[in-house]
Design a protein around this ligand. Sequence first.
Ligand SMILES: [Zn+2]
Ligand SMILES: [Zn+2]
Length: 199
Amino acid sequence: MKKPARRKCKICCEWFMPKFNNIYWCNPEHGDELAIRKRNRDREKLERELKKKQQQELAEKKDKLKVRKLAVKPLSYFKNQAQQAFNAFIRERDRDLPCISCGRFHDGQYHAGHYLTIKAHPELRFNEDNAHKQCAPCNNHLSGNIINYKPGLIEKIGQERFDKLMSHHALQKCKRDDYEQIRDYYKDKFKRLSNDNLH
Ligand SMILES: [Zn+2]
Ligand SMILES: [Zn+2]
């Protein structure tokens, strides 16, 4: 058997001659000390792993709960989310423009006002040519102030696009996935637009 070479004690760093190959300490006290240190290290490692596992489990639980909660939401919930994202984009797009109907810039709330109402034309709910920034008084109290909306709209998008808007559009039947896609699409569009507007 090969005789072990001299080595440094892991505790005091003094040179010593080990009796066996698996001895890393110069005397029994340093042997105990080394064993204690190793135990502590092992325990800390175990605690860290346990904590990590618990956090992972908690995150998974939260995800599952979220999925379950969404699964019981009605379709209207996702439709509203898509509508909110779309409307926010329209307001951001028209940020520097006046109300499409009355042409005024004024303080107060602005909405995304649909030219052809969602109720009468659900197929144009998410049509960008059909929705424009509108002041709250026009949107809420003047039923969209449609008489004045029309000239403003034609001036803004041009006769050709206006005619296209007024032509027939098929109504797409939307499922939850479709609404989620529309929501994400407009959230993303909004984000990119508002970043551009900042610079
Ligand atoms: Zn030692
Ligand atoms: Zn107005």
